[in-house]
Every structure is written in structure tokens, then in C-alpha cells.
Design a protein around this ligand. Structure first.
Ligand code: GLN
Length: 497
């Protein structure tokens, strides 16, 4: 039997081999760099720098040789280009930051990788490069990247989902064993679902936002994307933990080893299925994959109970008021003075601001800035922004109500499988509507994940969404792990990868 190719190994397997010195970090990095180069047509990467990667790999090999046992030593990962990195450019998928270099690593990057002064040694992962994403993480298809769309490896005429599209593509096509993503309204779960991989967004505040280029600060969360729940658990354990000196919304909750409880039995686990997630908007192919997954979970001992999240539909208008409001404020910093692009010619300071922003931002970002400033403006603040905040609170309360009847909530991640590139044309609302099932957990700050659970139309992957109560990541991961032990959807691969 042929030996398993390096790119078929999970993070857990790779880490074990590296620790036993059966592989070196340098050869592992070279293998994945070569795969990345061979699959450029997928548009997964925005930046690679072989020298920078190999330097990190050599440092990891030196740590291994010195007997260091950090959990991810030498394991390659790639980062969504929304995390700032000192060894690679950081663009947020925007022309505004085309040549931007950060003087430091985001906390999540440091924790997974080489550590940072005052922050410990880091788990030892090696950065393969920076991954494509929608501009400033605004989007559901990766088509809002200012550089190029990424393509779904299951069908290159389709979108991979967004905004962490490059992350999902790179993992699904085995260009990296794992990647980071960020999820503001679904950007880890939705592309994970569309590309047939596993991804988790933790409870808001678990992972530091320091060095994550801000979109909507009350929603943005980092999380891992990989093939298995075990790998997500490994990465998430390294990523999370308090960072009070750098992120004021980082929670004072110690880092946790999420791999410890993976094998917990599902016996008696109450899985709540929200009625509102199964309405007429849900495509039949997605529905049958989700129904089959629920049947499988029942076989594993879980009890499925119907619950209600009555405000599900309102999560779209609420999110698309709050997120643009926060974005309009966060993006005010890109004025041509402090970071990135500055217009080459201008008459005076105001003209410089205007030209810089007109040139640097893409259409979707401009649309959000305009909506955001509108809903925050005098006279509209009460009618839109304040109202949205009130409903946001009610959505969070509904979840607490639901969690009296169940331990975990399950349903679809998205109403359909991945659509065709260009299919939504110039209709941003079509993209927004596709977020309906991921937005509620985001607005409530709850952890959520996507687990591969079948295939729909065009043999495109379907993800099962699991939503937990605050700090319920371990429960989600063990449910996903048990499911993955009984199924093989997470192991299937797109043709040619
Ligand atoms: N699709 C949503 C949006 O466009 C969510 C994006 C995200 O989670 N970053 O805002």
C-alpha cells in the first residue's frame, strides 16, 4: 500500500510525526508550498514568501531538536489575510492595504506560531502564507476580494463562500492542513460548509482580536478551519485565552484543552432543532443532508427536540445595520495618513481623504460605510441602530430560552450549496440573505461550527451547523468528533486534490 501523502495527514498526525522526528518541519513546509504553487488557479493565497516560511520551519526544527514539545511544532498553517503578520504582507483583501506590512503578529498568529515578546513561546506552527478573503471580511462568496476571487475546489465554477474563502479552499484542496479564519456573521462556518471542511467560531471574546483587522468589533471572532473536529480542537486550544493588555473585549477565561473531552459520549445529549431554520427558504438538497445528519446523531445517542428561535428572520436586517455601523467607524482609520494607500494627487487635506478612500475601497466596503454612517446619523440612530441593538438583545435572549430545552442547537449553515461565481451579479441582497442561519449565533456571541454532513446539488458539500451556549465549544467539538467517527464526509476530497 502506498504511504499516505503528507497532505493527507491531519494536523494531529503531522504533529505526532514531527515530534517523533519522522518528518522535519522544513520538508513538510516545502511539500505544502509546492502544492500551493501547483494550485494557483484556485486563488487561495494572496501572499507567499518561501524564505519567510522556511525560516520559521528551521526555527521549529531547532525547537524540536532541543526537546520542545509545543503542540503544533512544525505544523504548517496559513492565515486569513485579515490577521496582521510581521513576516508577510497584510492586506485584508483590500487595495487600501496593498503594500502594508505590520510590525507585529496578531495575538492569534503569535499563539499558534512563534509566540511574541511577553506572550510565551507559541504552539510552534509554521506560516505558509496569507489567504484570500473578501475585502475587510465583508462578503459571503470571496468575490469581494480586491485581488481575485477564490474558487471552490469541488467545482471551480462555483464560489467557495466567504469571507474566509481562501482559508476554506486551501484546506479543502489540501494546500495546508489547517487555516485560520474569522467569523463576523458566518465567515468561518459558511465557507467551511461550502468546501466540505470543519470550522469553528468560539464564543465572542475567547480569541483575542488584537491584530485582526477590524470589521465589526462586537461580532468579529477568530477560529480554526481544518478537516477534523480533533484538528480544530487542537488549533482552538492554542488560539484562545485572555489577552487583556491588547484586547479589551478578550474574556478572562483561561485557555482550555479542547481535545480532552472529544470522546465524550452523545448519550442523552439534547439537540435542539430550530423550526425557523427549516422554512421554505431551505433548499431540498440541503434539507435532506441535514435530516440524515440528525438521524445519525440520534443513532449515536442524542435526543432531537424541536425548539424555536422566533426572530431568526430579523437577524438579517439587524446584522446589516449593526455590522455596517461598526464598520463605518472602524474603517475611518484608513484616511491616507496612517496606513496603506494614499492618493497620488490631491488639492488639499480633505481632497486627499476623499481620493484615497474612493480609490482604496471597493464597492461593497463603500456601500457598508454609507449604510453605517446613515444608520448612526442624527435622526436615524434611534430608528435604525438603537432598534437593531434592542432586537439583538432579544435574539440573544431567545437562545437562552432555547438552551433550557437543549444542550446544543443543530441546523443548516446556509440555505443552499455554493452558488456559481457571478450568479448573484450586482445584487448584494442575494448574498446577505444567504447568511440567515449563521447570523443569529453571531449576534448573540455564541460559539458555532460547521461539520461536513453530506452532498447536495452538483455534488457540492453541505455542512451541519452546531451552535452551543457560551463557552460550550468543547460540547460542539465532541458532538462533531463523534459524528466524524461514524461518517466519512470530512475525509472526502475534491477531484484532483
Ligand atoms: N457575510 C457576512 C457579511 O458579509 C459575514 C461576513 C463575516 O462573517 N466576516 O458581513
Amino acid at each position: 500500500m502506498a504511504a499516505t501523502a503528507l497532505h493527507d495527514l491531519t494536523v494531529a498526525e503531522l504533529a505526532a510525526k514531527l515530534r517523533r522526528k519522522e518528518l522535519s518541519a522544513v520538508e513538510t513546509a516545502k511539500h505544502f508550498l509546492a502544492r500551493g504553487a501547483a494550485h494557483g488557479e484556485l486563488g487561495a493565497y494572496l501572499a507567499i514568501d518561501e524564505e519567510a516560511t522556511l525560516a520559521q520551519a528551521r526555527a521549529a526544527d531547532a525547537r524540536i531538536a532541543a526537546g520542545d514539545t509545543a503542540p503544533l511544532l512544525g505544523v504548517p498553517v496559513a492565515h486569513k489575510d485579515i490577521f496582521v503578520t510581521k513576516d508577510f504582507p497584510s492586506t485584508a483583501g483590500s487595495k487600501m492595504l496593498q503594500h502594508y506590512r505590520s510590525p507585529f503578529d496578531a495575538t492569534v498568529v503569535a499563539r499558534l506560531g512563534q509566540g511574541a515578546p511577553g506572550q510565551g513561546a507559541g504552539a510552534g506552527a509554521v506560516t505558509l502564507g496569507k489567504l484570500n478573503c473578501d475585502e475587510f471580511a465583508m462578503g459571503s462568496s470571496n468575490e469581494n476580494s480586491a485581488y481575485r476571487p477564490a474558487r471552490n475546489p469541488w467545482d471551480v465554477s462555483r464560489i467557495p463562500g466567504g469571507s474566509s474563502g481562501g482559508s476554506a479552499v486551501a484546506v479543502a484542496a489540501r494546500l495546508t492542513p489547517a487555516a485560520t479564519g474569522t467569523d463576523t456573521g458566518g465567515s468561518i462556518r459558511q465557507p467551511a460548509s461550502f468546501c466540505g471542511i470543519t470550522g469553528i467560531k468560539p464564543t465572542y471574546g475567547r480569541a483575542s482580536r488584537y491584530g485582526m483587522i477590524a470589521f465589526a468589533s462586537s461580532l468579529d471572532q477568530a477560529g480554526p478551519m481544518a478537516h477534523t473536529a480533533r484538528d480544530c480542537a487542537l488549533l482552538l486550544s492554542a488560539m484562545c485565552g485572555p489577552d487583556p493588555d491588547r484586547d479589551s473585549t478578550s474574556l478572562d477565561r483561561p485557555a482550555e484543552d479542547f481535545t480532552r473531552s472529544l470522546d465524550e459520549s452523545l448519550d442523552g445529549l439534547r439537540i435542539g432543532v430550530p423550526r425557523e431554520f427549516f422554512g421554505e427558504g431551505l433548499a431540498a438538497d440541503v434539507r435532506s443532508a441535514i435530516d440524515a445528519a440528525l438521524a445519525e446523531l440520534r443513532k449515536l445517542g442524542a435526543k432531537v427536540v424541536e425548539i424555536s428561535l422566533p426572530l431568526t428572520e430579523l437577524s438579517i436586517p439587524v446584522y446589516y445595520i449593526i455590522a455596517p455601523a461598526e464598520a463605518s467607524s472602524n474603517l475611518a482609520r484608513f484616511d491616507g495618513v496612517k496606513f496603506g494607500h494614499r492618493a497620488a494627487q490631491y488639492a488639499d487635506l480633505l481632497d486627499m481623504y476623499k481620493k484615497t478612500r474612493a480609490q482604496g475601497f471597493g464597492d461593497e466596503v463603500k456601500r457598508r460605510i454609507m449604510i453605517g454612517t446613515y444608520v448612526l446619523s442624527h435622526g436615524y440612530y434611534d430608528a435604525y441602530y438603537l432598534q437593531a441593538q434592542k432586537i439583538r438583545r432579544m435574539i440573544a435572549d431567545d437562545f437562552q430560552q432555547a438552551f433550557r430545552q437543549c444542550d446544543v442547537i443543530a441546523g443548516p449553515v446556509a440555505p443552499t450549496v455554493a452558488w456559481k461565481l457571478g450568479e448573484h451579479g450586482n445584487d448584494p441582497l442575494a448574498d446577505y440573505l444567504a447568511d440567515i442561519f449563521t447570523l443569529p449565533a453571531s449576534l448573540a456571541g455564541l460559539p458555532g461550527m460547521s461539520v461536513p454532513c453530506g452532498f447536495g446539488q452538483g455534488h457540492m458539500p453541505v455542512g451541519l451547523q452546531l451552535i452551543g451556549n457560551y463557552f460550550g465549544e468543547a460540547k460542539l467539538l465532541s458532538a462533531a468528533h463523534r459524528f466524524q467517527q461514524a461518517t466519512d464526509f470530512h475525509l472526502r476530497r475534491p477531484e484532483g486534490c
